[in-house]
Design a protein around this ligand. Structure first.
Ligand code: AHM
Ligand code: MG
Length: 338
């Protein structure tokens, strides 16, 4: 019989067997994300065809209420996770506060919370550029059977049990980790099945791509300015090349495959940076580390930051290990010279 790639469903079952005593909840959770991703993918793909990119509350030509795609993605992921009764709480970049989920018999019996950015980079939709969903999973810290509290969500990234992203690109992929490496699955849209296409993804130790919004250059800290100049210097394997889509999932995905660094630093315009620790940086940091890369706030490990609020922003340096370490060196030197 001809060998074919494993499907995501088969992969999940196989991995579930590795955890002999686990209840299968995490597998079911990944399964729900797979389903929601397919629904969102379908809508994202139609974005250019139907009149869907308008503002919330506006009406389309048929007189129906329009829903923006990021709102649609948010509702789809939340509804799928609620329907399947797998998580006890959800926090989303789209909502001010977290949601408590009761589950069967009005009890709070599930043990996982999910934090997500349902459609990151959504400003790119209008111009047909790839966007993504990012998710992060933690075991709750408060007792099972009680409603979740903010404590369950404000956990450092090192406590993550799973994280991943979906990239709605030239093809749609789901890339995730449960702490045993990173695997990528590509959707076959004809039959709606994800196939294992990128087993054991690895960030090259070095790279020659730097990804940063250079339009903000004058507002960057000195260490970042110095690092950019270093990237541009003609020496050894430099100058590096610059690639910036402005869609975090796409920029990280490319750099993970080709080798590179993504930076969203603090600036005089955004003193804490732009990206959110809980919905964007922690999950990307977990994936990066699991793939042999590195994620830092310029001085220390992203995943060791103790969050203080749900929508906290942090500077983000993520990518090939040697490149991130070099950027950290520049940050430290600039600080020492203050
Ligand atoms: P969003 O969560 O509002 O979509 O913003 C996050 C996005 C990232 O995907 C991207 O890397 C970054 O913002 C781009 O920001 P900028 O346009 O300032 O370069
Ligand atoms: Mg976002």
């Amino acid at each position: 019989m001809e060998e074919r790639n494993k499907t995501l469903g088969e992969f999940i079952i196989e991995k579930q067997e590795d955890f002999q005593y686990s209840s299968g909840e995490l597998s079911r959770l990944i399964n729900s994300i797979r389903l929601a991703a397919k629904v969102v993918n379908y809508k994202v793909n139609k974005a250019g065809l139907v009149d869907i990119v308008g503002a919330v509350g506006a009406q389309n030509i048929q007189g129906e209420d329009q829903q923006k795609l990021d709102v649609f993605a948010n509702d789809t992921f939340i509804q799928t996770l609620i329907n399947r009764e797998i998580v006890c709480g959800i926090a989303s970049e789209e909502s001010d506060d977290f949601i408590t989920i009761k589950g069967k018999d009005e009890c709070h019996n599930n043990k996982y919370v999910v934090l997500m950015d349902p459609l990151d980079g959504s400003s790119n939709i209008d111009v047909n550029v790839s966007v993504g969903t990012i998710f992060s999973v933690f075991r709750r810290v408060t007792p099972i059977g009680t409603p979740v509290t903010i404590e369950d969500f404000l956990q450092p990234g090192v406590n993550q049990v799973a994280a991943g992203y979906v990239i709605y690109g030239t093809s749609t992929m789901l890339v995730y980790t449960t702490g045993r490496g990173v695997n990528g699955f590509t959707l076959n849209p004809a039959i709606g099945t994800f196939y294992l296409s990128h087993p054991n993804m690895q960030f090259p130790k070095d790279g020659n791509i730097y990804s940063i919004n250079e339009g903000n250059y004058v507002h960057f800290p000195q260490g970042v300015k110095d690092y950019i100049k270093y990237c541009q210097l003609e020496e050894g394997d430099r100058p590096y090349t610059s690639r910036y889509i402005g869609s975090l999932v796409s920029d990280i995905h490319r750099n993970m495959i080709k080798g590179g660094i993504y930076i969203y630093p603090t600036s005089s315009k955004a003193p804490s940076g732009k990206l959110r620790l809980l919905y964007e940086c922690n999950p990307m940091a977990f994936l990066a580390e699991q793939a042999g890369g590195k994620a830092s706030d310029g001085f220390g490990r992203i995943m060791e930051i103790q969050p203080t609020e749900l929508h906290q922003r942090v500077p983000f340096f993520c990518g090939s290990q040697n490149m991130v370490e070099k950027a950290e060196e520049f940050m430290e030197n600039a600080n020492n010279n203050l």
